[in-house]
Design a protein around this ligand. Structure first.
Ligand code: ATR
Length: 271
């Protein structure tokens, strides 16, 4: 019998996940279906229960349900526990296990696709919301020399510093405090691109050879990537690679097979 998977969110119509997972399944010869499910804003738990009772094997979870999924899972990976968010659910023996593959997807995109090592590097993460929290542990596991978190509301960045201090050299603060400092990798984990805006980032933060990475993606450069290009970043990347890599990581969790991501990234870039 064909194993059933899906992505749940609200809105969900524009999700690329069904296309990505269909490609992975075709490529690896796995017998599975993967659909998109729109859950009512107040009906996430019921949607999950129905899917599980109908024999579903796993779900991806997207905006705005990742935190609810974290609360709902009966067991959690360490990275999901720290992220306080779950993007991958696996149903097995009546249990719901929760994981978060976003950070692993980001790190994999940077290391494998963009060929940038993070070890010993100075990393700046902009933003202190769910998107930032979700990638901190996998970034720290790469043993950067330092990881700075800057946020418009600095108290949220300081909170993250306190929560992640045990995992590496991490500090949180505001954007003004970045003046005079330089970073090898600057990651935009804010939602500012959605509003066509840019965090108040000092122009001098991009070190020679710097990678500027926006976790958002869309047509053309985001405001952050345009700013980075103008101020000397050597390499620019948007979040399309991360999207495909986090999907591959979920696919691997469910199926035990690692699909090839490069052809899928290339396909999405050409759409
Ligand atoms: P997500 O789950 O996408 O991270 P979130 O938890 O609402 O969403 O967090 C959004 C992040 O983007 C926050 O760090 C927010 O900064 P504040 O904590 O100060 O609100 C940041 N953000 C959103 N719009 C921004 C803007 N125009 N400039 C700078 N930061 C912005």
């Amino acid at each position: 019998m064909t194993d059933r998977y899906a992505v749940v969110g609200n809105p969900i119509a524009h999700s690329k996940s069904p296309l990505i997972h269909a490609e992975f399944a075709r490529q690896t010869g796995q017998d599975l279906s993967y659909t998109a499910i729109l859950a009512p804003l107040d009906g996430f738990a019921a949607t999950i229960r129905d899917f599980q009772q109908a024999g579903g094997k796993g779900l991806n979870v997207t905006v705005p349900f990742k935190q609810e999924a974290w609360q709902l899972a009966s067991s959690l990976s360490e990275r999901a526990q720290l992220a306080q968010a779950v993007n991958t659910l696996k149903f097995e023996d009546g249990e719901i296990s929760g994981d978060n593959t976003d950070g692993a997807g980001l790190v994999r995109d940077i290391r494998e696709n963009l060929k940038v090592s993070l070890e010993g590097k100075r990393i700046l993460v902009m933003g202190a919301g769910g998107a930032a929290r979700g990638v901190l542990l996998p970034l720290l596991e790469q043993r950067p020399a330092e990881l700075a978190i800057a946020n418009r509301t600095p108290g949220r960045a300081v909170e993250l510093q306190q929560q992640f201090a045990a995992y590496g050299q991490v500090e949180g603060g505001d954007y003004a405090g970045l003046a005079g400092r330089q970073f090898d990798v600057v990651i935009n984990a804010t939602s500012s691109s959605l509003q066509g805006e840019l965090p108040p980032l000092p122009a001098g933060v991009f070190a020679e050879g710097c990678l500027a990475y926006d976790m958002m993606y869309g047509k053309g450069l985001t405001p952050f990537l345009a700013f980075a290009q103008e101020h000397g970043a050597a390499q620019l990347a948007d979040g399309l690679g991360m999207l495909v890599e986090q999907a591959a990581e979920s696919f691997f969790l469910w199926r035990g097979v690692r699909p090839e991501t490069a052809p899928v990234i290339a396909m999405l870039k050409s759409c």
